[in-house]
Design a protein around this ligand. Structure first.
Ligand code: PEP
Ligand code: MG
Length: 592
């Protein structure tokens, strides 16, 4: 294995998608659209043409079910869920009926008709202003290509030819492509397109190989077998790396490996500071199948169940019964640990695109018809969810919280609807936990300012720093242009957190933080020093946070917070938190 001369080296920046470093030769995979012939079908053959379409759909369904079973076996049930979306496309009556209507009016071959209709769907989905739904366009495209391949009798794609240890460099990798990858042969995955939530990323993470996505036109600049180094920590792809780059990366890899093994070791131990204070570490989840992750990372329950994902994924509102099954499954699996179920936070960056009548386009969605505002205007939908949560409370340690509470009256209105639901269940003799704790998310400045009154009506607070920072600093959390101004270490944020904690203390209620700030080990000492009792985060962040907690003394964290409260510069506060973190853990703040 020889390295190139320094002059050949080129570095390309992409999006870090799965951690790790890999070095090897490129295996180029270019996904291209199937070429579709276009011809008229004779009157005598038209019935047979529709039959051919139905057989093509059936074969595709069978193939996808087979891939799904393989993925479930190799990667686990969560990854296999990707294919449910594909099977749904194949069962979409509107898509099938439109194709047949197109055929009946044009009498063009069924491939042409299906291609035209599915492209219309892809176009419609890719224009939706929601990342999750936009990515469903990819599902439709992937399935449509597979149907066309089957109708035209074409063979499987070339990814199945990957046998040697190679770095897969592709323009895109669809879920069915990923199923063709031999897991022992892929050293890393790099794609031109994609975001952090694309399927290639999910697959790379579950294969535990490094991945970088969004490298734009890399496949056009690279030849098969070129030497490539992939840095999945910083999202870099280095073509023809020099000896000195390889040497540098060898050292980085050794340091990362040692940090990772220290983190995993710390994860087996409880989250206790050096001076003996215990901190509750909980998980943020979005789907029922994340229960396994919560358990694998030893979280002490769920601090935030973002229930809107049950809705976003479906074309209609899930029924009370469907929701009950989901909540009960999580509550039972994790009992006696608590599961904090947050009522619907649809709207904002999460409109339900399949239901545009309920979510008309708004010019300022984050300040618009969102979360509890939507629920109070749609009592039928709200009550279905509240009853489902209440019924699940009979099966575990369930707590309920409302998102986007802005003040006492709104909280009272939500609680009045909850009281109605309780009365209905009592009248029907249905069991629920009469003492189920009810809390509010504190994520709107008006709630933070009136935390003293809200604390009188709540059993707990959970601070949503993602929104709280957005609203306090007037920084749209999804706008890249102002992302550098989104500063968790801003004195306004720290003073507000302090006020929330102080008011909660006076009423003897607990405070957790479930925004991303809780998942950043650099800010963990500050939050705990301010008096936060519990931190909730996506499970893979838990080892790094626990390691930070086990490396610090709470007394020092309190002094850090007191000093931060005296300071005025966000940059200086951040630097102080980074120094504190570095001095306790010997880790690079960027590596956590
Ligand atoms: C938050 O705002 O910090 C939060 C946890 O909720 P979401 O990110 O779902 O708005
Ligand atoms: Mg929020």
């Amino acid at each position: 294995m020889s390295a190139a001369s320094p002059t050949d080296e080129t570095t390309v920046q992409g999006i870090a998608a799965s951690p790790g470093i890999a070095y090897g030769q490129a295996f180029l995979y270019l996904q291209s659209d199937v070429e579709v012939p276009n011809y008229q079908v004779d009157a005598a053959k038209r019935l047979e043409e529709v039959g051919r379409f139905e057989r093509g759909l059936l074969t595709t369904r069978q193939q996808i079910a087979k891939i799904q079973a393989e993925v479930a076996k190799n990667l686990g049930p969560e990854e296999a869920l990707i294919f449910d979306a594909h099977l749904l496309v194949l069962e979409d009556q509107a898509l099938i009926a439109e194709t047949i209507r197109e055929f009946e009016s044009t009498h063009l071959n069924i491939e042409t008709c299906f291609n035209k209709v599915s492209q219309r769907y892809v176009q419609a989905f890719s224009e939706i202003d929601d990342e999750y739904l936009r990515e469903r366009a990819g599902d439709i495209r992937d399935v449509a290509q597979r149907v066309l391949q089957n109708l035209l009798g074409q063979a499987e794609n070339s990814l199945s030819r990957l046998v040697d240890q190679r770095i897969v460099v592709a323009n895109d990798i669809s879920p069915s492509d990923s199923a063709s990858i031999d897991r022992s042969a892929a050293l890393a995955i790099v794609t031109d397109s994609g975001s952090r939530t694309s399927h290639a990323v999910i697959v790379a993470r579950s294969m535990k190989v490094p991945a970088v996505v969004g490298v734009r036109d890399l496949t056009t600049r690279l030849k098969a077998n070129d030497w490539v180094l992939v840095d999945g920590y910083d999202g870099l792809v280095i073509l023809n790396p020099s000896e000195s780059t390889l040497f540098r990366y060898g050292k980085i890899q050794a340091a990362k490996k040692s940090l990772e093994s220290r983190l995993l070791e710390a994860n087996r131990e409880p989250a206790i500071t050096l001076d003996g204070e215990k901190v509750a570490i909980m998980a943020n989840i979005e789907k029922v199948d994340e229960i396994r992750l919560v358990q694998d990372y030893s979280a002490e329950g769920v601090g935030l169940f973002r229930t809107e994902y049950l809705y976003l994924n479906s074309a209609r509102m899930p029924s009370e019964g469907e929701q009950f099954v989901a909540y009960k499954t999580v509550a039972e699996a994790l009992a006696p640990h608590p599961v904090v179920i947050r009522t619907l936070d649809l709207g904002g960056d999460k409109p339900m695109a399949s239901n545009p009548a309920l979510f008309p386009k708004e010019s300022n969605p984050f300040m618009g018809f969102r979360a509890i505002r939507f629920c109070l205007e749609n009592p039928g939908i709200f009550k279905d969810q509240l009853r489902a949560i209440l019924l699940a409370s009979a099966f575990g340690n369930v707590k309920l919280m409302y998102p986007m509470i802005s003040g006492r009256e709104e909280l009272a209105r939500a609680n009045a609807v909850l009281a109605e639901c309780k009365a209905e269940l009592r009248a029907k003799g249905q069991a629920f936990d009469e003492h189920m704790a009810v809390g509010a998310m504190i994520e709107i400045p008006s709630a933070a300012v009136t935390a003293d009154v809200l604390a009188q009506d709540c059993d707990f607070f959970s601070v949503g720093t993602n929104d709280l920072i957005q609203y306090l600093l007037a920084i749209d959390r999804v706008n890249d242009r102002i992302a550098h101004l989104y500063e968790p270490a801003h004195p306004a944020v720290i003073r507000t957190l302090k006020q929330i904690v102080d008011e909660a203390r006076k009423q003897k209620i607990s405070v957790s933080v479930c925004g991303e700030m809780a998942a950043d080990p650099v800010f963990v000492p500050l939050l705990l020093g301010l008096g936060v009792d519990c931190l909730s985060m996506t499970p893979p962040q838990i080892p790094a946070v626990k390691y930070a907690i086990r490396s610090m003394a709470m007394g020092d964290a309190r002094r850090l917070a007191a000093e931060a409260l005296r300071m005025t510069s966000p940059k200086a506060i951040l630097a102080m938190c980074e120094d504190f973190y570095r001095s306790r853990t010997n880790a690079d703040p960027e590596a956590g």
